[in-house]
Write a protein that binds this ligand. Structure first.
Ligand code: FAD
Length: 640
């Protein structure tokens, strides 16, 4: 974390100075905004937290509720989401408060005849997948962290509560072509209509999205017909794995998923309530908390369950559905104009809660879109960048739905009849295998963006095999040269909309002017084709658009900042202070990053990383022209 470059300020450095004009907060809702975000669920708050970093643009967030969510809904936080929280500076807080899902157990009908017994126990996240654990925290807390981040950002962004979007119309002309009708849901003016014009609108307004309906976007998929009771409780039980995530299948076919929760006492039960008649619209409302507890007791038998306090409960019954597009551009128009309205999260994909993906994938939708809107609105990228949102996220949503179908079927399957094993069903070992095979997906690491304008080809992948193009940048431990601090390389990247260029040096030392690394840095510093020169505005800090990090092969005690090219010691801010935090060496107390991530030691490698932490390209240190060409498609020149 770096601060004070523009002068010392007492107080909490997480509360950053307000942008000009935001000293007294964001003010009343204006009639015209750059981006209007509808909804403050996981998708909306991540998007808004990212947009809050761009204080030059006007973002507003409307929410029909009277205030922030207090309890309930999702709670599973995949490792990938914790990595993203790190970029917002929120991971430490999150992992401190959360329950850590280290192991998962599987229970099935007891071989002896009655009751249930443990049939398996597995490590929840495979070794080496992430430096962060899989954790559990209430969705309300996840949102609260991000809302605080927004409030403390230079934009001082806060939701406007009590405003419901009722209609969105995209016009042809003008600077603010999208008109949104809002209705006040509370206060003396409840029912009053307000109109806001926006350059862009994002519907993060959940499964019944009004924005989606306004755009005429259809959801396709299976109808809802299977109900699950979900209940957060404080309870007394003699079930021994109550503090472990446990998937339990009873002899009668009922099943429970137990999710221990943050704080050491709270626990969530997902209880299978069976099929409901799709024609019976009121079926869901007839379930009671007592019926859910009763079903749970039967499945847990012979273990006891005494519920002392029901904190939150709901009957959750969602089919697997996917929107046919994630923005307002019709198939026939695609390529002729760029989108103005988007939908994200449950507004475009719904699925069961069993794989714990709803909140995670929704947040990743918001993270994917936020930096792109910032780049386009700040004039750094063409509007065509926004076409990549639907192209990238629709594929991920389809994969989510396919996986969810597999996992929720496994969870709901009846046990196999030993006398008739071909008659269907699934035994506990088979269910455990589905869980283990899906580990990469549930941890959030199955995303592989295909080649497009922001994701290059894999032609140079052999130079850095451990950083697959299209996948998230997989962090590894290093030592920061200037102060010998062991750090994670991936944690140096904040959610600030900047591109990262990680230059892994060839074998020559840092002071060797003939090395490929030295030549690459000279290209970035002074060649007219250098992306840094072309796209960084005059007068801005040298790393304002591209954050360049150097990783050398030599141990940190064998060289010093005096050996570094000046380009890796940029002078910044009003005082022209030196940024000493750009250069790293392998951590002698951890596996060497060059070996761990398969970097070619002779040639070195350049790993280009998008603002949302995905690897955009792997190139050689001498691929100067290829690097310049790659960014030509993504960026608009900042200098004549
Ligand atoms: P949401 O979280 O639904 O957020 C949408 C937001 O938009 C809400 O704050 C809503 O008030 C607001 N909004 C809606 N319409 C408008 C409008 N027209 N104008 C302004 N604001 C609007 N997932 C699990 O993993 N486990 C669970 O047990 C679980 N239970 C759930 C129970 C319920 C009742 C719901 C609704 C969802 C549950 N989910 C659960 C799903 C999970 O919460 C979602 O996948 C996730 O929240 C999706 O995030 P989102 O931001 O897309 O939408």
């Amino acid at each position: 974390m770096q601060f004070y470059s523009d002068g010392y300020r007492p107080g909490d450095p997480d509360v950053r100075p307000p942008a000009p004009g935001r000293e007294n907060g964001q003010g009343p809702l204006p009639e015209e905004v750059d981006v209007l975000v509808v909804g403050t669920g996981p998708a909306g708050v991540v998007l808004a937290a990212q947009l809050a970093e761009f204080s030059g643009i006007t973002t507003r967030v409307v929410e029909r509720r009277e205030g922030p969510l207090a309890k309930g809904q999702a709670d599973g936080v995949a490792c990938r989401t914790v990595e993203m929280f790190e970029a917002f500076g929120l991971a430490d807080k999150l992992v401190r408060e959360a329950y850590w899902v280290n192991e998962t157990t599987f229970w099935g009908p007891a071989a002896a005849g009655t009751g249930i017994e443990r049939t398996g126990r597995v490590q929840d996240v495979a070794d080496g997948l992430s430096e962060y654990p899989h954790v559990i925290v209430n969705q309300a807390r996840m949102q609260a962290y991000l809302l605080e981040h927004m409030r403390n950002s230079p934009a001082r962004l806060e939701p406007d509560y009590g405003l419901e979007a009722t209609g969105v119309v995209v016009g042809d002309e003008g600077e603010y072509p999208v008109t949104v009708t809002l209705r006040r849901t509370e206060g003396p003016d409840a029912g009053e209509e307000v109109t806001v014009r926006a350059k862009y609108v994002v519907g993060c307004d959940g499964a019944r999205s009004a924005v989606r309906k306004s755009l005429g976007i259809q959801l396709h998929g299976d109808a809802r017909n299977h109900a699950w009771g979900v209940m957060d409780v404080l309870a007394v039980t003699d079930f021994p794995d109550i503090r472990l995530k446990s998937a339990i299948q009873s002899a009668t076919g009922g099943s429970i998923l137990i999710i221990p929760r943050e704080g050491g006492y709270l626990v969530r039960f997902y209880v299978d309530l069976g099929d409901v008649d799709p024609a019976d619209r009121g079926a869901r409302d007839r379930f009671t908390p007592e019926a859910i507890i009763d079903a749970a007791r039967k499945i847990l038998d012979p273990y006891t369950l005494e519920v002392q306090d029901i904190v939150w409960w709901s009957v959750y019954e969602v089919g697997q559905r996917l929107a046919d597009r994630f923005d307002d551009v019709l198939p026939a128009e695609r390529g002729s104009r760029s989108p103005r309205v988007f939908i994200a999260g449950d507004a475009c994909h719904t699925h069961s809660a069993k794989a714990g993906q709803g909140m995670n994938v929704s947040m990743q939708d918001g993270f994917n879109l936020g930096w792109k809107l910032g780049a386009v609105l700040e004039g750094r990228s063409p509007a065509s960048l926004l076409d990549t949102y639907t192209a990238e996220r629709q594929v991920i949503a389809q994969q989510l739905i396919d996986f969810d179908l597999l996992w929720s079927s496994a969870m709901a399957a009846k046990p196999k009849d030993p006398a008739n094993p071909d008659a269907g069903g699934m035994d506990a070992a088979e269910r455990q295998a589905v869980f283990t095979q899906g580990g990469r997906f549930t941890a959030g690491f199955a995303t592989e963006y295909a080649e497009n304008m922001i994701t290059g080809s894999a032609a140079h992948q052999h130079l850095a095999k451990g950083f697959p193009v299209g996948e998230r940048f997989h962090s590894a431990p290093v030592v920061r040269l200037a102060d010998a601090k062991p750090v994670e390389l991936g944690h140096q990247a904040q959610a600030d909309g900047r591109w990262r260029l990680y230059a892994f040096a060839d074998a020559a030392g840092p002071s060797d002017a003939e090395s490929a690394m030295a030549a690459f840095l000279r290209f970035l510093e002074s060649d007219p084709a250098s992306p840094v020169l072309r796209y960084t505005p005059e007068g801005a800090d040298p790393d304002a658009v591209f954050d360049i990090r150097g990783v050398y092969q030599q141990g940190h005690r064998f060289f010093s900042v005096a050996d570094l090219p000046a380009f890796l010691l940029p002078r910044k801010g009003p005082f022209g202070l030196t940024d000493y935090e750009k250069v790293f060496a392998p951590d002698p107390k951890a596996p060497d990053i060059f070996d761990e991530r398969g970097i070619d030691r002779a040639a070195g490698a350049l790993v280009v990383v998008r603002p949302d932490q995905y690897v955009a390209h792997v190139l050689g240190l001498n691929s100067h022209a290829e690097l310049a060409e790659f960014f030509e498609g993504i960026m608009l020149p900042a200098r004549p």
